[in-house]
Design a protein around this ligand. Structure first.
Ligand code: SAM
Ligand code: SF4
Length: 370
C-alpha cells in the first residue's frame, strides 16, 4: 500500500485552536500555489514512476475553499503523473461553510469518492467560540449534498463548557447525517493559538473531564454501530480510512504541497512550511524539502511498534519478525515489561487494552527510551 497526500493551505478564517499550516485571507495566491502543486506532482511523479498508489488525500487547510477547478486539475495531474491502483480511495477534506452542489459535482467527476467534513460540535455557540465559519445548519446542508456517498465527520471533545448532552447531540447529528466514519479528536490547546489563552485561564475542561467525555463518546458511538479502530477513529463495518491505515502500517506515502511530509525509500522528508519559499523552490525547479533523513534500523523498529499499538489491530509479532528478523518483545524488553499490564495479548497479536487506548501516549513514551 502507498498513499499520496496533497496539502491545500487556505482557509476562509483561522479557527481559534488551529495550529496547522493554513492561511486565511491569502486567496489571491491560490492560483499560483495550485500551479506550483501541479509542477511538484510532475516532479515527484517522475521520481516515483515505478510505484503504484492506492489512496489520494486532499487535506489542509481547507481544500474545499479553493475553486473546485483546481482540485479537478490536481486530480487530472495525479492520474497523468502517478500510477494509481484500481479503485483507489480518494478523499477530500471539507469545511461545511465552503461547499456547494457544483463543487461536489466536480469533485465526483474528478474521481473523489470519500469526503471528510468538519462538524466539531452541534452547538452553534460552541462553533462560534471555536472560530468556525459554519453553523450546524451548514453541516446539514453539506451532508444533504453527500447523500449516499462515503463521508466522515470530525467531532471534537474538550470544548469550553461542553457537557455530555452537548456531545450526545453532536454524535447524534453526525450519525443521523449518514456519516460512515466519525473522527473524535480531543481539542489540543497549542501554544501560540488564541485558544491557548482560554487554557491558561483554566476555561477548558481538564484532562479527567476530557477522558470522561471520551469514554462517553466511545460508548455512544459503539451503540450507533461505529467501531473504534484507532484512538480517535470510528467507523461502520468496512469504512476504515485506507489512507490513514497506511500511515499506521508504516506504508509509503508521498506528501505534496507546503508543509507536507513523505515517507518512501526508507527516508522521511519534510517540505518547507513557508508558503513563499515553497513556491520559489518549485518555480526554480527544486523540491521544497527542508529535511530529508534516512530512518535508521532502531527508529524503524520503534515506529513499527508505536504505530501498531496506536490501533486496535496492535502489533503482529510475525510481521515484525519478517521485517526485522527478531522478536519485538525482546527488542523492547524493558518497556514491554513496564507496560505489560496495559496490554492485551491474543496469540501473535499484542494491543493496548481498550480502557487505556486514550492514555496511549503515556504507554508509548515508555518505548521511546528503549
Ligand atoms: C484540516 S481540518 C479538516 C478540514 C477543514 N479545515 C475543517 O476544519 O473543517 C482537520 C481536523 O483537525 C482537527 N483539528 C485541528 N486542529 C486541532 C486541534 N488543535 N485540536 C484537535 N483537533 C484539531 C479538526 O477536528 C479538524 O476537523
Ligand atoms: S478550517 Fe480547518 S484547517 Fe482551517 S483553521 Fe479551521 S481547523 Fe484549521
Amino acid at each position: 500500500m502507498a498513499g499520496i497526500y496533497l496539502h491545500i493551505p487556505f482557509c476562509k478564517q483561522k479557527c481559534r485552536y488551529c495550529d496547522f499550516v493554513s492561511f486565511a485571507g491569502k486567496e489571491d495566491v491560490a492560483e499560483a500555489y495550485m500551479a506550483c502543486l501541479l509542477k511538484e506532482i510532475e516532479l515527484r511523479g517522475k521520481e516515483l514512476s515505478g510505484r503504484t498508489f492506492h489512496t489520494v488525500y486532499f487535506g489542509g487547510g481547507t481544500p474545499s475553499v479553493v475553486d473546485s477547478k483546481y482540485i479537478y486539475a490536481a486530480m487530472r495531474q495525479i492520474k497523468k503523473c502517478f500510477t494509481l491502483a484500481p479503485h483507489p480511495e480518494i478523499t477530500i477534506e471539507m469545511n461545511p461553510g465552503t461547499v456547494s452542489e457544483q463543487k461536489i459535482a466536480l469533485y465526483k467527476r474528478a474521481g473523489i469518492n470519500r469526503f471528510s467534513v468538519g462538524l466539531q460540535s452541534a452547538i452553534d455557540a460552541q462553533l462560534a467560540d471555536l472560530g468556525r465559519v459554519h453553523t450546524v445548519r451548514d453541516y446539514l446542508y453539506c451532508t444533504s449534498l453527500l447523500k449516499g456517498e462515503n463521508f466522515s465527520a470530525d467531532v471534537m471533545i474538550g470544548i469550553k463548557g461542553q457537557t455530555r448532552e452537548d456531545l450526545q447531540k453532536t454524535i447524534e447529528v453526525a450519525a443521523g447525517s449518514g456519516a460512515k466514519h466519525i473522527s473524535m479528536y480531543a481539542l489540543q490547546a497549542e501554544d501560540g493559538t488564541p485558544i491557548y489563552t482560554d487554557y491558561l485561564n483554566g476555561e477548558l475542561p481538564d484532562e479527567d473531564e476530557v477522558a470522561e467525555l471520551y469514554d462517553y463518546g466511545c460508548a455512544l458511538l459503539a451503540q450507533k454501530g461505529y467501531a473504534r479502530y484507532e484512538v480517535s477513529n470510528f467507523c461502520k463495518k468496512g469504512f476504515e480510512s485506507r489512507h490513514n491505515l497506511n500511515y499506521w502500517k508504516r506504508g509509503e506515502y508521498v506528501g505534496l504541497g507546503v508543509s507536507a511530509s513523505s515517507f518512501f525509500s526508507g527516508h522521511r522528508l519534510l517540505n518547507t512550511t513557508d508558503l513563499d519559499e515553497y513556491m520559489k523552490c518549485i518555480l526554480s525547479g527544486f523540491f521544497p524539502v527542508i529535511d530529508n533523513a534516512e530512518v535508521g534500523d532502531k527508529e524503524a523498529r520503534f515506529e513499527f511498534v508505536m504505530l501498531g499499538l496506536r490501533t486496535v489491530y496492535g502489533v503482529r509479532g510475525s510481521e515484525y519478525r519478517a521485517q526485522f528478523g527478531s522478536d519485538w518483545k525482546e527488542d523492547f524488553a524493558p518497556a514491554y515489561r513496564r507496560t505489560r499490564q496495559y496490554l492485551l495479548e491474543k496469540g501473535d497479536v499484542t494491543r493496548i487494552r481498550d480502557e487505556y487506548l486514550f492514555v496511549q501516549n503515556r504507554i508509548l513514551s515508555e518505548y521511546a527510551g528503549d
